[in-house]
Design a protein around this ligand. Structure first.
Ligand SMILES: [Zn+2]
Length: 389
């Protein structure tokens, strides 16, 4: 089975093209060809996207749930439900992101991720796991349950996860904690991305962690030591070290849009990765109450807060919101870098995911530029979601 998608606008890899048809064969993009939009005849199974923007499917490397479901439920059913939920945002791949919790719960989330990755997702593809904790600083725990924080230890991690450690792509940890150096070095050696987060590290501690091999920073600005002009903190170190890629929850709630813009300007378009950090309340209406890791949380005005103290508890957005915010401060080309190209590259999937160049998997999002909404989402050349069925 092969067909073409006739793209009025094609945005990929930070570039914009007009009137390009992409040819899809066996789930992959095999070639591009130019066409004349006035004379071309388009018949099924070819797809007419002349009035649309076609872009790579987005990759969310930091997500906890959505649509009322939480990945910490630790069941394949929960993973499938979230995977399907993500399609409406134009997300085609994601990392199941367990957080600080009893090891049994973390293990269950990893096992569920493995099950769905191996046997096939009904929605966005599972690309592995991002473990956010439990080796974090209690002073910067945010909404994570502090009672399950433990000191950094490779032995503890290996014993807890066993062979499931193969699913680990990214780990968020606080590098200033005693014992983190051997853990960071060993994980980096094993090909895991070490991301600095939920941390009180000062500038020098971050610099040391980079020497050990740390390469990411988790939801930059949130749950990390802030910037002061005489004490640059974690934030100042992230802004000035090109080795570190910075995650950004671009919901305009966790960070002011001007600060998000500043981050992209400081790091360059290749240095920032948008994430949703979505929780179970993502995509749910205002007033929706849900259980969030032992607390009650409520959705209101584009955010989720803990009922007991009003503190921010993850986001309720999808990646499409990050994309829109990036287009507002920059443009569609930049959005394609922050939301698709950069996360795919970070995971070592450059050329296969996060791009629509020939050779890539045919994972794409077709946008209606008038309302800036995702209209359909395709995985391996198959339409998995359409906004107007
Ligand atoms: Zn998170």
């Amino acid at each position: 089975m092969h067909f073409r998608v006739f793209c009025g606008t094609l945005v990929t890899d930070g570039q914009r093209y007009t009137n390009v048809a992409i040819r899809i064969e066996k789930g992959r993009i095999v070639s591009w060809e130019r066409f004349d939009p006035h004379t071309v005849r388009i018949t099924p199974p070819d797809v007419d996207a002349r009035e649309r923007v076609v872009a790579p499917g987005m990759i969310d490397i930091h997500i906890h749930g959505g649509g009322g479901r939480d990945l910490m439920e630790g069941t394949p059913d929960a993973v499938q439900a979230v995977a399907k939920h993500l399609l409406k945002y134009g997300v085609t791949g994601f990392l199941v992101t367990p957080l600080t919790a009893p090891w049994d719960a973390i293990r269950a989330a990893f096992a569920a991720a493995r099950e769905v990755r191996q046997h096939g997702s009904e929605g966005a593809q599972v690309l592995g796991c991002h473990l956010e904790g439990p080796f974090i600083n209690p002073k910067r725990a945010g909404a994570q349950p502090p009672e399950y924080i433990v000191p950094p230890s490779l032995q503890v991690l290996e014993e807890a996860l066993g062979s499931l450690i193969d699913e680990l792509r990214i780990i968020t940890l606080a590098p200033e904690l005693e014992g983190s150096e051997p853990l960071v070095r060993a994980l980096v050696q094993a090909g895991v991305i070490v991301s600095i987060g939920h941390t009180d590290a000062d500038y020098d501690a971050v610099t040391r962690a980079i020497d050990w091999g740390a390469r990411h920073a988790t939801h930059c600005f949130n749950a990390m030591r802030p910037l002061h002009h005489r004490e640059p903190g974690t934030v100042g170190a992230v802004l000035t070290h090109p080795e570190l890629k910075a995650e950004l929850i671009w919901d305009n709630v966790h960070t002011h849009p001007a600060v998000a813009q500043m981050l992209v300007q400081a790091k360059g378009v290749g240095g920032v990765i948008c994430i949703s950090d979505g929780v179970a309340g993502a995509g749910m209406p205002d007033g929706y109450e849900f259980e969030l890791w032992g607390h009650r949380a409520v959705v209101a005005e584009g955010k989720a807060t803990l009922v007991e103290n009003g503190s921010l508890a993850g986001s309720v957005i999808g990646m499409d919101t990050c994309w829109r915010h990036a287009t507002q401060r920059f443009n569609w080309e930049t959005a394609s870098m922050l939301c698709a190209y950069n996360p795919a590259r970070a995971l070592g999937l450059e050329g296969r995911k996060g791009t629509l160049r020939p050779g890539a998997d045919a994972d794409l999002a077709i946008w209606n530029p008038a309302c800036q909404q995702v209209e359909s989402t395709w995985i391996a050349g198959i339409c998995k979601y359409t906004a107007n069925p």
